[in-house]
Every structure is written in structure tokens, then in C-alpha cells.
Ligand binder design. Sequence first.
Ligand code: SAM
Length: 264
Amino acid sequence: MVTDTSKPENIWSDELYVKYYLEMMDEKYPESQTEREANFIEGAINLFYGDKLLDLCSGSGRHAISMAKRGYQVMGLDLSNGLVEASKRRASESSVKDQVDFIQGDVRKLHKLKLETNFKAAYCLATVGFHMTDQDFNNMLTGVYHLLDPGGYLIIDVINRENLLREFNEKDWTKTRGGYTRLRKTKFDFKSSCTINQKYLKTPDGEEEIYYQWMRTYTLKEMVTFLENNGLNYHKVYGNFKRTAYSINSPRMIVVANKDDSNL
Ligand SMILES: C[S@@+](CC[C@H](N)C(=O)[O-])C[C@H]1O[C@@H](n2cnc3c(N)ncnc32)[C@H](O)[C@@H]1O
């Protein structure tokens, strides 16, 4: 897939991008939206106070911190050191640092991390597919399977490929209140089912950077096959965090699965 080898493979590991990302996320996903998404997690699966949760690709830590505030023991895992450090700071500021732990790691190589097992649930929101080959995704799911309790849950949230293609946007532009501008140009490669982006970022000081990113998109049928091939039973799909039924018009495809314990 197309990448620029002079840049970190994961754009979220780039110091300049992390600053923009944290500012953009705080504006685009205010606490009320994060709370809605955390409500979704609590409503979609059967959780009890104190259950252990694994936030895969935890980003700014917003879901992990919200779930910790609700009384769960959460581990957030992310590839970006900058975001892991920012998440730890935010957890301390929110007075939940004893309920949530943030570690640096790659979900494509979960087996290498030697994590504790027995998570009641894992969730991966808005990240599956980013620089993730099908083999990487299978490796991630095998890793998750081993970390979950028998019957434990997995929630995967991805963009709805059908709607993405129906309303395909080749160019979009955003500006943060702090003065970052970002122009994104996107192409779709049908053979690999991937979006390919170029992101042009300009900082408030006028510094400019270009980032490249590709993301695999999935049909529901493909997603179910990936899950079932890794011992995870497809349970339900939703079209957004309000738990609306999934359709061609849905912005998201949010799949709930659970660990098949029949072989244990
Ligand atoms: C679009 S953000 C989503 C963050 C968070 N889940 C949310 O919804 O706010 C993607 C995050 O995934 C992380 N990430 C990307 N690839 C990863 C990988 N292979 N392993 C772990 N984290 C990864 C990035 O560093 C970034 O923090």
C-alpha cells in the first residue's frame, strides 16, 4: 500500500500530528459525545461494576477514562507514546488513575505484549483497518480471543463502507478553533477495499506537513467471517452509537461479538 517511508507508519506517533489530534478530538468529540459512546458500550453488553475492560487503540483515552469513572477497571492500549502519555495525564486530572492503566503497544502483535488475561470485554473504536492487512486483523482477533474471559465480549466500530462509497468525498477540509487546518484528499482502491488519504496539515505557526494513510474497509459479511474464523461469535450490528439498526445509510458499522467458549 502507498506510504511515505520518511514518516512514522502511524501518523498518531508523529509529535506534530498528536498536538493537532488532541485539539481536534476535544472539539469534535466533546464530553457529551464520549458519554454517549460509553453509554453504548454499557448498553450493548452485559457488564458489572468492577469488570475488567480492554480499550484497544485508546487514542486520547476518552472512552477508557469515561468507563473508569463508571466503576470498571480499564486498560487502554495504543501504539502512540505521545497519546499514551497524554491519556495518563488526563486520567490523573480526572482522578481515576487507579482505575485505568495506559500502555504502549501494537494491536497487530498483541501476543508479544504478555498482557494479563480475563478481560470481560474489549472494544476497538474507529481504528480497525488503519494500516492493517487482513493477516494483521486476524492476528489482532486471535490475540483478543486469548485475552477475553469465556463468553467475553468484543465491540468493533468501523466506518460503514456502504455509506462511505455512496457518499464518497474526495476532498474535505477542517479548521480547529486553535488554528490548525487540515485538508484531506481521499481515493478508494476497490481491489484492496482500502481508502488512501493524503492529509495536508498546517499548524497555527504556519508549519506544514503531509501525511499518508490507508485504511481497509469491510462489508458486514467480511467482518463476520473474520470474527468467526477467530472463535468470536457474531452477536449484533448497529448503525451508530444511538443503537439504531444498521443500514446502507448508517455512518458506522458497530459489531458486537462474544468469545465462543464451547471448546473450553
Ligand atoms: C482514530 S484514533 C481512535 C482513538 C479512539 N479509539 C477513539 O475513538 O477516540 C486511532 C488510534 O489508534 C491508534 N492505533 C493505530 N494503529 C494502532 C495499532 N496497530 N495498535 C495500537 N494502536 C493503534 C492510534 O495511535 C490512535 O490513537
